[in-house]
Design a protein around this ligand. Structure first.
Ligand code: NAI
Length: 464
C-alpha cells in the first residue's frame, strides 16, 4: 500500500470522525483522518460542547459565590469577573483536549491529514495538491449554525454559539433567538455573569420535544434565575441602532409587532448539515430535503464504499450519537457487527439545574397508545440535593403498565446528566422499574432520587 493509500479515510475530525478513525485503527485497518480546521475535535471540542461547559462551570461557581457562599459560612468580598481570564481558561480547556486527540492518533497510528478534503470519485479524496485513496471513505463533516436571513450574523454583536463563546465584554442586555439547547445554555452563562437575558421562542414552550412537565418546571427554574421568555414569537428582523441592535418580533397569537434592544443578539435557531466543498453531490451522492446525506441502516450512502455519520445525516445532532455511529461504522468496515440503539440515546442540557432524558416522553407513549405507569420523585425529598441548595426539580420514570419495563426517564435536577446513565444501562438490559427500585443505591447520593422514582412506579416512594 503506498503512503497515500488507506483502508479507510475519514473526512472530519470531530467526535464522530476521530472516534471512527481510532476504532478503525484498533481493528488493524490503515486509517487516515482529514481535518481542515487546524485542530481535532470538531465543533464539539473547539466551538461547542467543551468551551460552553467551561463557561457554564465558571459562571456557575461565580453565581454560587454570590448566592450561597455566605449561607454556608464562606465569608469575604464576593469575587468579580475578569472575562478575558475566563476566556483564557476556556481556551486552555480546549487546547488540552485537542492535543489529547492528536496524541491518541499517534498512539493508534492514525494518519492525521491537515486540510479540507474533497471527494473526486472512486475512493479518491483531494486535499490541496495531494491526492489520497481508500477502499472506504467515511464522511463525518458535521454541521454549522443555520442562521435567519433577516438577522445577519457578524459574530461580534449578532452572534451564533461560536461568537457567544468568545465575547470580549459581558453585554448589558442579550437577546437570544431560540429556546433550544444552545440558547438556554449560553443564555444561562451570560445571565449568571450579569447580563439581562431575554429569550424569544417561536413555539409556545421552551425546549420543544422534551417531556412537557420538564419543560414547564425548567422554564420556571430559569425564570427564577432572571432569564425572561417571550414565547410564541417570531423574530422578523434586526436593525443596527449604533451602540446596540433592535430586534423586531411578531407575537404569533395577535400578530402584533414588538421591539427589543440588546448589545448582543445570539441566534440559536438550530444547525444544518455541513457538506460545502465536499464534492459529495458532484460524485452522485444523495441528500434529502433537509440537506442531510441519505444513508441506509449500515450508514452506507448512495455511493459505493462511502459512509456517513453524525450531524451530517438524520437523527439528533449530538456528539455522543456521532461517536456511537463512528464506532459502529468502523466495526462494520472491519467485518464485525456495528450497531447503534437509537432508542437509548440520552440528551443533556448543562444548565443548573441540569436536564437529562432518555427514551419516550409521556406524550409519545400516549400517541402510540402504550399503557404506562409514571413514577416521579422530587429532589426536595433527597437529602444530598438539599444540602447543596439543589432541591429544585424531579425524576420522572415511565414504565410499561403490564411488563414494568422502563420506557423513558426525564430528570430536572442536580447531576441529571450523570444520573441518566443508570437508566440507559437499565434500558439496554431491558430492566423493569422494579429492577431499579430493588437495586441498592448509596446514601446520601442524588441517584437515590432515581431509585425513589422507580419505587413510585410500584408501591410508592419512601421519602415523598
Ligand atoms: P434547537 O433546534 O435545539 O432549538 C432552536 C429553537 O429556535 C427552536 O425551539 C425553534 O423553535 C426556535 N426558532 C427557530 N426560528 C425562530 C425564530 N425565527 N424566532 C424565534 N425562535 C425560533 O437548536 P440549537 O439550540 O441552535 O441547537 C442546535 C443543535 O445543537 C441541536 O440539535 C442541539 O441538540 C445541539 N446541541 C446540543 C447540546 C447538548 O447536547 N448539550 C449543546 C449544544 C447544541
Amino acid at each position: 500500500m503506498s503512503e497515500n493509500e488507506f483502508d479507510v479515510i475519514v473526512i472530519g475530525g470531530g467526535p464522530g470522525g476521530y472516534v471512527c478513525a481510532i476504532r478503525c485503527a484498533q481493528s488493524g485497518l490503515a486509517t487516515a483522518c482529514i481535518e481542515g480546521r487546524g485542530a481535532l475535535g470538531g465543533t464539539c471540542l473547539n466551538v461547542g460542547c467543551i468551551p460552553s461547559k467551561a463557561l457554564l462551570h465558571a459562571s456557575h461557581l461565580y453565581h454560587e459565590s454570590r448566592s450561597n457562599f455566605r449561607t454556608m459560612g464562606i465569608m469575604g468580598d464576593p469575587p468579580s469577573v475578569d472575562l478575558a481570564r475566563m476566556m483564557t481558561y476556556k481556551g486552555d480547556t480546549i487546547s488540552q483536549n485537542t492535543a489529547g486527540i492528536e496524541f491518541l492518533f499517534k498512539k493508534n497510528k492514525v494518519t492525521y491529514i491537515k486540510g479540507w478534503g474533497r471527494m473526486s470519485g472512486d475512493g479518491q479524496v483531494l486535499v490541496g495538491e495531494s491526492s489520497y485513496r481508500a477502499k472506504n471513505v467515511v464522511i463525518a463533516t458535521g454541521s454549522e449554525p443555520s442562521s435567519l436571513q433577516a438577522v445577519p450574523v457578524d459574530e461580534k454583536r449578532i452572534v451564533t454559539s461560536t461568537g457567544a463563546l468568545a465575547l470580549e465584554a459581558i453585554p448589558e442586555r442579550m437577546a437570544v433567538i431560540g429556546a433550544g439547547v444552545i440558547g438556554l445554555e449560553l443564555g444561562s452563562v451570560y445571565a449568571r455573569l450579569g447580563s439581562k437575558v431575554t429569550v424569544i421562542e417561536y413555539l409556545n414552550e421552551i425546549t420543544p420535544g422534551l417531556d412537557k412537565d420538564i419543560c414547564k418546571a425548567f422554564r420556571r427554574a430559569l425564570s427564577k434565575q432572571g432569564l425572561k421568555f417571550v414565547l410564541g414569537a417570531e423574530v422578523t428582523g434586526v436593525k443596527d441602532s449604533g451602540e446596540y441592535s433592535t430586534l423586531t418580533y411578531a407575537l404569533r397569537k395577535s400578530s402584533s409587532e414588538k421591539e427589543l434592544d440588546a448589545e448582543v443578539v445570539l441566534v440559536a435557531t438550530g444547525r444544518k448539515p455541513f457538506v460545502d466543498g465536499l464534492g459529495f453531490t458532484e460524485c452522485g451522492g444523495k441528500l434529502n430535503d433537509h440537506g442531510q446525506i441519505v444513508t441506509d441502516a449500515k450508514w452506507r450512502t448512495s455511493i459505493e464504499g462511502v459512509f456517513a455519520i453524525g450531524d451530517v445525516i438524520a437523527g439528533p445532532m449530538l456528539a455522543h450519537k456521532a461517536e456511537d455511529e463512528g464506532m459502529a461504522v468502523a466495526d462494520s468496515i472491519a467485518g464485525k457487527a456495528g450497531h447503534v440503539n437509537y432508542d437509548v440515546i440520552p440528551g443533556v442540557i448543562y444548565t443548573a439545574p441540569e436536564v437529562a432524558y432518555v427514551g419516550k416522553t409521556e406524550d409519545q407513549l400516549k400517541d402510540e397508545g402504550t399503557a404506562y405507569r409514571v413514577g416521579t420523585f422530587p429532589f426536595m425529598g433527597n437529602a444530598r440535593a438539599k444540602s447543596m441548595f439543589m432541591g429544585e426539580g424531579f425524576v420522572k420514570l415511565l414504565a410499561d403498565a403490564e411488563s414494568d419495563r422502563i420506557l423513558g426517564c426525564h430528570v430536572l435536577g442536580p447531576t441529571a446528566g450523570e444520573l441518566i446513565h443508570e437508566v440507559c444501562v437499565a434500558m439496554e438490559f431491558g430492566a423493569s422499574a422494579e429492577d431499579l427500585a430493588l437495586t441498592c443505591h448509596a446514601h446520601p447520593t442524588c441517584s437515590e432520587a432515581v431509585r425513589e422514582a422507580a419505587l413510585a412506579c410500584g408501591l410508592g416512594a419512601i421519602h415523598a
